[in-house]
Design a protein around this ligand. Sequence first.
Ligand SMILES: Nc1ncnc2c1ncn2[C@@H]1O[C@H](COP(=O)(O)OP(=O)(O)O)[C@@H](O)[C@H]1O
Ligand SMILES: [Mg+2]
Length: 229
Amino acid sequence: MTTSPESPVLSVEALSKSYGSRKVLDAVEFQVGRGERVAVMGPSGSGKSTLLNCLAGLDRPDSGQVRVAGEVITQLEGEALAHMRRRQVSTIFQFFHLLPTLSAFENIELPLQLLGVEKMDRQARVYRLLQAVRLDHRMHAMPDELSGGEMQRVAIARALVHHPDLVLADEPTGNLDSRTGEQILDLLQSLADEFRMALVLVTHSQEATRICHRTLRMMDGRLDESNPP
Ligand SMILES: Nc1ncnc2c1ncn2[C@@H]1O[C@H](COP(=O)(O)OP(=O)(O)O)[C@@H](O)[C@H]1O
Ligand SMILES: [Mg+2]
C-alpha cells in the first residue's frame, strides 16, 4: 500500500493489553514518521517488550490498533500478517536471534529469500549490507564463531537488507559491553538515516536515547512524551 509522504509509518491508537488483572498497556497512543527514531524507556516490567511485540504483530493487544504504512496490522491474520511482517517490519532483539545453522551471509539473505528476490540481486544486496556493517571479511562465519557485537551487526544487516519501513529494536545493546553498544547505536543511526527508516528503540539506557529524535516513557501502562532529565 502506498502512503502520502506526510502519513506516519507507524500509528498506534488506544492500544491496551492486560495479563490477568494487570493492565500492562493502557490506551497507548503514538505515531512515528518516516525516518524518525523514537526511544521508549521505562523500568523493567513496565510493558516495553509487550508494546514492541504488539507493534511487530508477534503479540495481540486486547484492544486498539496498530497501523504500519497505512495498513492495520492488528486486523491481519495468517498469511496476510506474515507477508506484512516480512515486507514492512523488522525486529532486532537483545539476544540477536540468528539462525545457528546459517552463516552470517545466509542469515542476512533469509528475508530476501522469503520475499522471493532473485539470486543475483540477493547476493548483491547482502554483500552491500555486509560492507555497511563492516563484516564482509566474516561473511562465511557461523553465529557461534562471532562475538556479541558481530552477531548484533549481522542481526542489524538482516533487519535492514529488504528496506522495511519500520525497524523495532528491543534492548539491542542490552547484552553488549558499553563500547560495543555505542558502536551498534552509531551503526543503527547511520543506516536508519541512509535508508530513511523509522525506528522504535526500546531501551533502559539513557545513553541510547542520543540517537533518537524523541523519547517516550512507559509508566503504569501509559506512554508519555518525556522531558529531558
Ligand atoms: N506472557 C505473559 N504472561 C503473563 N504476564 C506477562 C507475560 N509477558 C509479560 N508479562 C508481564 O507483563 C509485564 C510487562 O512485561 P514486559 O513487557 O516484558 O516489560 P519490560 O519489557 O518493560 O521489562 C510484566 O509484569 C510481566 O511480568
Ligand atoms: Mg523487555
